[in-house]
Design a protein around this ligand. Sequence first.
Ligand code: BGC
Length: 432
Amino acid sequence: MRVQNKLKISMAVAAAASLMTVTGCSANQPAGSSTGGSGTDKLEITSWWTSGSEADALNVLIDGVKKTSPGLSVDNAAVSGGGGANARQALAARLQAGSPPDSWQLHPAGQLKSYVDGGQVADLTDLWTQNDWASKLPKDVAEAQQVNGKYYTVPIGVHRGNVLWTNPAVLSKANVKIDPASGVDGLITALKQVQASGTTPVCLGDKDIFASAELLESIIMSRTGAENYKKLFTNEYSFDAPEMKQALEDYKTILSLSNKDHSAITWDEAVKKMANGSCAVSLMGDWAYGELLNAKKTPGKDFAWVTFPGKEDIFDYVGDGFSIPANNIPHADAAKAWLTTLMDPKIQTEFAAKKGSIPAVTNADISTLSQYQQEAAKSFAKASVVSSLAHGQVTTAEFAQTYADAVSTFNGSGNIDAFMASMTQAQKTQLK
Ligand code: BGC
C-alpha cells in the first residue's frame, strides 16, 4: 500500500478510535490493489455485534461461511456500541481512507440509501438474480434491500423494535397487568402503580442513545398510529402535531419513572436488570430476547413481553443485513461466499435462534424457534409494519442522526418545544 494512503488511514482510524473499542480490527492492514482483490483466503467483516448473544449469533455466520469455504480465515472486526453508532463512525473513516472491510453490517432502506448515494456499496443485482433471492422474501423485505430498483444488500434477519419486556414477579407484586390495548395512558398508569409498590418502574440503558431514541419512537407510533408515523418521513404529517407533543410528554414521564443511572448503562445491562427484578419493564428491540436467553433467563418465568401499548398492532421493523464495498474490496470472492451464506435458510434459522430475530427468508424453518419468535413471525405478516427511525431505516442515516441528537439534547433539557421546533425544521429541510 502506498505510504500516503497508509498515513491517511491511520489518521482516520485514530480519530475514530478514541470513541470506541475495536475488537480485532485490521484497519491498518493493506487493503489490496486499488481495483480490489479477488482473494478467497481471507475475509474481514465489521458489525456492532459484541454483546453475548450478538457475538454468538455472528459466530453462526462465520462458522457457516468457513464451512462453504474451507481454509478461509475470518477477521471479525466488530466495534462495540449497541445500535452501531460507533461501528458506523469507524467504518466511515475506513471508507474515506479507501480501506474498507470486505463486508459490513447495516440496516436496509434509509441507511442503505445513504451508502448508495455516497457511492460506497456495490450493486448486487446480478447476485440476487442468479440466486432468485427476491422470490424467497416477503415483498416488503425484498424492496427494503433495493435503491432505485437495484439490490445493494443482503438481509440476515428481521427484528421488532417496539417490544416491552416485563418482569412477571415485579408486576404481580404491584398487582399490575400491562394490557397492550390500553395504550400509552394505560401503560403510564400501570408504571405509576409499580412505583407506588416501591420498585423502579422502568429499566433503561441509553449509554448508546439509540435505546432512548427507540423508546421515544415506540411512543410516537403508538400515539400517531402507523399511517401518520410513516407520513412524518414523507412530510405529510408534522413533527409539530398535537400527538407528537403528547408523545414527548409521555416520554418525559417515562424517563422520570426510569432508573436514574440510565445514561451510564447499556441496553443489554438494562434488560438484564429488568429480568433480575430491579424494575418492571424495559422497552427494547427483540435482540433483547436473544440476550436474555444468553444470560440463562427463562421466558415466561424470568421475563415476559407485550407489544409496546398502543391503539393498533404495529410491528416496528429493524432489519439487519450486510453489504460489500463498491471500491477497493480486498477479497471479492470470499465476500460473495459470505453474502451467499447469509441467505442460506438453515443459517438464518440458526442465527435467529441466538439473536432473537426471525429469518428474513420465507423458506427458513421457524418451527424450532421460540414461542416469542413464532408470535413475532405471525405479527410481521399481519400487523401494520413500519420501519425504525432510531435505526435509520425509515429515512436517511442523516435524518436519523438529527433525531438521535435531538433525543440526546432532550434527555438533558426536557424541553418539549425545543425538540419539536428542531425536528419540524429538520423535517422541512432534510426530507424535501
Ligand atoms: C441491530 C441489532 C442489534 C442492536 C443492538 C440494532 O441496530 O439491528 O441486530 O442487536 O442494534 O446492538
